[in-house]
Design a protein around this ligand. Structure first.
Ligand code: MRU
Length: 359
């Protein structure tokens, strides 16, 4: 599956199991781009905090972190019996699943770990722990292959020299490798597509300015940061030929939740006649949500808007603020959903159902 010539997007890894020290290693994304600092997390509270505070973020990376987290925490509770093991696992799973609500990969990965626990009950406690570790490693390994496949499918929709607008960070930092929405840009770079990427800064936590710009710049990809409110002008000026983003949860009808501001981009792209693409691993598709209105939208602290990134507060003390972290793009505005199994064009419902069920 993997092309040997494929460039390592940058000399970093987002997430890894440190088996020797029973730790989860992550790059602390809150410190980027200023500092590349690795955290070594051994306590489940620290893993929960890292997910909740976006030290590790992006739907697939959140799922991978939770999978390692539930394994490490269950192991560290030193269970002696199957009952102790199962109880510890369930407690840790329930706790980690409260870290963030919108990205379905968190729940998907924890459910997959639970499936592994249940199917290996005939093994010894020690061997069940080993199976849990292998399952978490598989979740990460599969994500890498999935991202690569998404990159290949998405690249088939893009042409050399295009201007590409992206939002938030759906890159190597948000996955085990390559990213989803950024994967075709890395693959295109190898084939000399000379994309010009416009990265929305992505208020309020600036994943576009801090993270997308950082990782694309390291890969030598032409990237320009714009403020979120400049998306219309770059489309109007004809310098953007496609919008491509990741997503946190796709409902059964194709409605897609992604970083706040994504639905506005889709409306703009529609207005200007520019294709709007969503990249979604099938682990991000949630058939239990009939439409986007069933997706829980995370609401975060208002300090992220008013003071967090500023030397001094930039809004009056005590002013009200509203900070939904995601919005839902209506399926009618999405030109195609790109999964690891191929490019889906509307209507999405049947295709999503078939792909999920054939997995
Ligand atoms: O709040 P974040 O930074 O976790 O939001 C991330 C996004 O919105 C990404 O676009 C999405 O998770 C896809 S990552 C491949």
């Amino acid at each position: 599956m993997q092309n040997d010539a494929f460039l390592d997007p940058s000399p970093f890894y987002t997430i890894a199991l440190d088996d020797e020290n029973d730790a989860l290693k992550i790059i602390d994304q809150t410190l980027l781009p200023g500092e590349t600092f690795y955290l070594s997390l051994t306590h489940i509270e620290d893993i929960w905090e890292a997910i909740n505070r976006l030290r590790v973020r992006g739907a697939p990376a959140i799922g991978i972190a939770a999978a390692y987290g539930v394994y490490l925490a269950t192991k560290s509770s030193l269970p002696q019996t199957h009952d102790e093991l199962n109880r510890a696992f369930q407690n840790h799973k329930a706790y980690l699943s409260t870290a963030r609500p919108t990205a379905v990969n968190l729940f998907w990965a924890l459910d997959r770990m639970e499936g592994c626990l249940k199917t290996h009950q005939e093994l010894s406690v020690e061997n069940i722990l080993q199976a849990l570790k292998e399952e978490a490693l598989s979740i990460q390994g599969e994500d890498e292959a999935v991202c690569y496949a998404i990159g290949e499918h998405a690249l088939s929709l893009l042409k050399p020299d295009w201007g590409i607008l992206t939002h938030c960070n759906a890159g190597a930092l948000a996955t085990s490798r390559y990213g989803t929405a950024l994967a075709p840009l890395y693959l295109g770079q190898l084939k000399d597509y000379r994309f010009k990427v416009y990265a929305d800064e992505t208020r309020p936590l600036l994943q576009g300015a801090r993270l997308t710009a950082w990782e694309l710049q390291q890969a030598g990809i032409d990237v320009t940061v714009i403020c979120d409110n400049m998306a219309s002008i770059v489309m109007q000026q004809g310098i953007v030929q496609a919008v491509i983003t990741g997503c946190d949860r796709v409902a059964a009808n194709g409605d897609a939740a992604n970083k706040i501001g994504t639905s506005g981009l889709a409306i703009l792209a529609n207005h200007y006649g520019i294709p709007f693409y969503i990249c979604a691993p099938l682990s991000t598709v949630d058939l239990n949500c009939i439409s986007g209105s069933d997706i829980e939208i995370e609401e975060r602290a208002t300090s992220e808007i008013t003071s967090m990134w500023y030397r001094k507060p930039m809004a009056p003390e005590g002013v009200k603020a509203y900070n939904p972290a995601f919005d839902v793009t209506d399926h009618s505005l999405i030109t195609a959903i790109i999964t690891e199994k191929g490019v889906l064009i509307p209507p999405f419902q049947k295709q999503l159902q078939n792909l999920k069920q054939s997995k």
